[in-house]
Design a binder for this molecule. Structure first.
Ligand code: UDP
Ligand code: MG
Length: 315
């Protein structure tokens, strides 16, 4: 098998059939053996039924993994990796934002010897909030984790088998696949790709979910937020010390003063905010450690539709 295409699906009933048709069109023209792996991440619409239908018509190319619930896009992709047998693995979104017609471009780069290939979206078709938040995030990630992704949110990517196997050895549950892959790549490449509006339905990422995802990225790949807490604490302590000296001198030179109550409140509230924020940051790490030490399965598969079963031990 040369190529595996891995696609996470969460309530995408309107998109699956057009996606499958366009994919088939592209992949059948390649002179390569291929498989398409759909992971149904606990969809509550008719996605499951649609996937079963596609499998029953084309079981030689299609495999379907049904999750027992919603475990998130990155866990869905991970289980697709686990089932995949292709020498190269391509991921893309199910909503047709990543045109399947771009896959040959990624494969051409893999053929040149790159072990991961990033599809960089030229004109991103998302709302302004997402575009600017993403730009800020790319910058913060670059500074803190040292992971050099050009377009971290782009899921149109290709990976060589060696990188896939390394990712499968990484058993963490809150991960960010493009960053994980980058950390194992020895020769990362990229190619410019088109990006389209979502075909149908709404984005599955609310602001809260996006924040959580970005925290997975930060906490999973760097301890910079913790250092930020430490350094801020040191800075505040140093400033307070200077302030203390200043107040003592005023007391000696000017005598007792009672004003400045509101300034004091302002400073207090600011420091209280800083303190809560810091506790939160520490808590994010502790929460993730807690999830890991419980050692529950990262995802639960309800059933797998596949002609050839890959012999792996789950988790
Ligand atoms: N997805 C998933 N599980 C989730 C959320 C999303 O499998 O919990 C899938 C979704 O069906 C889509 C891809 O991940 O194929 C990207 O999701 P979406 O298009 O909503 O994200 P956006 O493009 O807004 O970043
Ligand atoms: Mg999308």
């Amino acid at each position: 098998m040369d190529l595996s295409v891995v696609i996470p699906i969460y309530n995408e009933e309107q998109n699956i059939v057009p996606l499958y048709e366009r994919l088939n069109n592209v992949l059948s023209k390649l002179s390569q053996g291929y498989e398409i792996i759909f992971i149904n991440d606990g969809s509550r619409d008719s996605s499951a039924q649609i996937l079963d239908d596609i499998y029953s018509k084309d079981s030689s190319h299609v495999r379907v993994i049904h999750f027992n619930g919603n475990f998130g896009q990155h866990m869905a992709i991970m289980s697709g990796f686990e089932q995949s047998i292709g020498q190269t693995v391509v991921t893309l979104d199910a909503d047709l934002q990543n045109p399947p017609e771009e896959i040959p471009k990624l494969l051409a780069e893999i053929a040149k010897g790159f072990d991961i290939v990033e599809g960089v979206r030229q004109v991103r078709k998302d709302n302004a909030f997402r575009r600017y938040a993403s730009r800020l995030n790319n910058w913060i990630r670059q500074k803190t984790t040292g992971i050099q992704l050009r377009d971290q949110g782009s899921m149109l990517r290709a990976y060589d088998r060696r990188v896939i196997e390394l990712m499968l050895m990484s058993k963490e549950r809150s991960t960010f696949i493009p960053a994980l892959a980058y950390s194992y790549a020895s020769n990362p490449g990229f190619v410019n790709v088109e990006h389209a509006e979502r075909n149908s339905g709404k984005s599955k990422y609310s602001i809260a979910r996006l924040l959580r995802l970005h925290f997975d990225l930060m906490a999973g790949f760097s301890s910079a937020p913790l250092q930020f807490v430490t350094f801020t604490g040191m800075g505040v302590a140093a400033l307070s010390f200077l302030f203390f000296i200043y107040m003592i001198l005023r007391r000696i030179i000017i005598g007792p003063e009672a004003e400045g109550l509101f300034t004091l409140f302002a400073i207090q509230f600011f420091l209280l905010g800083l303190l809560l924020f810091s506790v939160g940051i520490v808590g994010e790490y502790i929460g993730r450690i807690y999830l890991e030490v419980r050692k529950r399965p990262r995802y639960v598969i309800r059933k797998t539709l596949s002609k050839e079963e890959k012999t792996t031990s789950h988790e």
